[in-house]
Write a protein that binds this ligand. Structure first.
Ligand code: BT5
Length: 233
């Protein structure tokens, strides 16, 4: 169903697809071994260790924007990594934590050219990484770091893609199983967190994918935000 294209080196698989999406059909997957300018959300950097971590992007061309795609993608990564460990959690909306530290991040980017044209689903996973920069050493980890063995990058990519396809097809049939995966494995539901700098208690994830929180005075729905747990991630 999907077609994988490998590059040895790219600035960023998301940036590459942003510039070249018109050349490729839907479900093209751009994978690279060395991503030199990997991006996170809000122009933050995404680090990788050459040959030891996964960086790839999936091109989707739906007729309109897809709601809750970040949760769907988080659930796909979660299911793929769950094959190896039970200590994973999903931090709404799109981080995967292993033993409380970030092992995977997701960057979704929509492309408009007068009208909505495509969406790029970028996924980074720390697999066999040994080295993390000072900036992230306290909050990032890899599968190898936690599980003391090495993993095949290709099988993890395939597992993520297969899970993504299953959840995406379910979504098209109005089945939202990924929501249960995100709720049942959430690192923040029931916890007091900082959300966009404000202290709130997370009550749950609503059917529309928004976070439902209580700030002590009122309950509100949050569509987008940055969640920080008191002790790090
Ligand atoms: C993300 O952003 O977590 C999205 C990461 C998406 C990366 C993929 S790789 C393939 C595709 N091509 C791209 O260029 N990007 C996508 P955000 O939630 O904003 O988190 C970024 C923050 O995570 C940084 O500011 C660091 O603090 C931290 N970080 C950076 N590299 C990391 C790593 N390898 N592991 C864990 N944390 C990291």
């Amino acid at each position: 169903m999907y077609k994988k294209i490998y590059f040895d080196i790219l600035p960023s698989t998301n940036t590459y697809l942003k510039e070249n999406y018109h050349k490729y059909p839907e479900f093209t997957v751009i994978i690279c071994n060395n991503q030199t300018k990997g991006r996170g959300r809000l122009n933050r950097d995404w680090e990788m260790e050459v040959g030891k971590s996964i960086a790839f992007s999936i091109l989707l061309k739906p007729s309109q924007e897809i709601a809750r795609l970040s949760l769907l993608t988080s659930a796909a990564v979660f299911l793929a990594l769950q094959k190896y460990t039970n200590n994973l959690q999903i931090k709404w909306p799109n981080d995967i934590l292993l033993n409380g530290k970030k092992v995977s991040g997701i960057l979704l980017e929509s492309i408009y050219n007068n009208k909505f044209e495509a969406v790029i689903v970028g996924i980074g996973v720390n697999v066999n990484n040994d080295i993390f920069s000072e900036n992230i050493i306290n909050k990032a980890t890899s599968l190898k770091n936690e599980l003391n063995r090495e993993f095949s990058l290709d099988s993890i990519i395939d597992d993520i893609l297969n899970n993504f396809m299953v959840l995406y097809k379910q979504y098209e049939n109005n089945v939202h199983h990924y929501l249960d995966i995100c709720r049942n494995n959430s690192s923040i539901i029931g916890k007091n967190v900082y959300l966009n700098g404000k202290k709130v208690k997370v009550l749950g994830i609503l059917d529309n994918g928004n976070l439902y929180v209580d700030d002590g005075e009122s309950k509100e729905e949050i569509a987008y935000g940055e969640v920080t747990l008191e002790n790090n991630y």
